[in-house]
Design a protein around this ligand. Structure first.
Ligand code: HEC
Ligand code: HEC
Length: 324
């Protein structure tokens, strides 16, 4: 027995040592991203205008990094919190993350390189690997010019003081998160003349797939299920599920004309600030459609053109299961 006891002890020690080495390795090698580059982004008027367009109407920096009012349709931004962060995202069993303060009150002393590394490669100034709810895997594949424009604009936001709680990530997510940041792989923005390629670029930048393409438990898109919808959200206080936006005529948006598609967004260009009643809250949406409404007709038209090229998939979604 004594010998068996010793063997078990040695085996247990071995397991502990191997685990410790594994964790040590994760800390030594990851996040595996080059140091922040040294350079300066010139805030020219064109760049600021492009950055504001992208941030406020396409990529949604100021949608996630502001506090939302779910008593209004699509959760209007509380204007006094623009860029100040603080909204909480519950990751189920994996933990809780908070959108950070990205006004100059918080990131004013960061270099442009540090900002770029955080936004396009997922490593914060102090080396913390960011959770990919912050969509750096998308931003690292945009055009570098577009990302520079967004950063120039973010720097011009009004400074708002305000601390944000620290995130908590449960095991094993606290370790996995270290392996997710990767060096940015910027891609040129296709010319609008190549309408479908340009539309895909805008669809990726606008993060449509984040809500419309279901993922497996490792965060990978389910094969053959691009844009079929059905993902459930509860931020509004009620369940809402994303729509099927593949060109299936019956259960997707195959029967929508381009005009109907564009109008659906443009209809919210001057959003209503009316407080929703109970029945309306049950049909409130998490899609930031009032933000997308500021996209140009050309950009919406290109997104429509790209979505038309997807494989039509039959998937009937009950969008508002709690509707009365
Ligand atoms: C879908 C929501 C979402 C969008 C869109 C988004 N972010 Fe974030 N961002 C987050 C969250 C959540 C965090 C915190 C992640 C964490 O703590 O791991 C974060 C972290 C950051 C950080 C790191 C701040 C710090 O103190 O470490 C920066 C900088 C940042 N975001 C800038 C941006 C910019 C610029 C954009 C637009 C290009 C953007 N974000 C778009 C949710 C978002
Ligand atoms: C934050 C999550 C989220 C994002 C990002 C998002 N959507 Fe949605 N979308 C939803 C949800 C939830 C619904 C269902 C509720 C509703 O109709 O608004 C929906 C509905 C739609 C509808 C209505 C379809 C129908 O059958 O009524 C269209 C069209 C659509 N989305 C297109 C897009 C496009 C294009 C993008 C990117 C520019 C996008 N969505 C980004 C969550 C999202």
């Amino acid at each position: 027995m004594r010998i068996l006891g010793k063997i078990i002890l040695v085996l247990l020690l071995l397991v502990v040592v191997v685990a410790a080495c594994g964790v040590g390795y994760l800390y030594l090698v990851y996040p595996n991203v080059p140091a922040a580059p040294a350079f300066k982004i010139e805030p020219s008027p064109e760049r600021l205008a492009r950055g504001q367009y992208l941030s406020d109407h396409v990529v949604g920096c100021t949608t996630c990094h502001s506090q939302r009012d779910w008593t209004r349709y699509s959760g209007l931004i509380k204007p006094e919190t623009l860029g100040r962060g603080g909204d909480k995202f519950d990751l189920g069993g994996a933990g809780v993350v908070y959108a950070k303060n990205i006004t100059p009150a918080a990131i004013g002393s960061w270099t442009d390189g540090e900002l770029l590394r955080a936004v396009a490669a997922g490593v914060s100034r102090d080396g913390t690997p960011l959770f990919p709810l912050m969509p750096y895997p998308h931003f690292g594949q945009m055009s570098e010019d577009d990302v520079h424009a967004v950063l120039a604009y973010i720097r011009s936001l009004k400074a708002i003081e305000g601390a944000v709680p620290d995130r908590t990530l449960a095991f094993p997510m606290n370790l996995i998160v270290r392996t997710i940041p990767t060096a940015a792989a910027f891609q040129p923005r296709p010319s609008p003349d190549s309408k479908v390629a340009y539309g895909k670029y805008m669809t990726d930048a606008a993060l449509c797939s984040d809500c419309h393409t279901p993922i497996d438990d490792r965060g990978q898109p389910l094969p053959g299920r691009d844009f079929v919808g059905g993902m459930e959200f509860i931020e509004t206080g009620y369940r809402v599920r994303s729509a099927n936006i593949t060109p299936d005529a019956d259960t997707g948006i195959g029967s929508w004309t381009e005009q109907q598609f564009i109008d659906r967004f443009k209809g919210f260009e001057t959003p209503s600030n009316a407080e929703l009643g109970d029945a309306e809250r049950r049909q409130n949406t998490v899609m930031p459609i009032t933000m997308y409404a500021g996209m140009t007709r050309e950009d919406l038209s290109a997104i429509y053109a790209y979505l038309r090229t997807l494989k039509p998939v039959v998937n009937r979604v009950n969008k508002f299961p709690d509707a009365k």
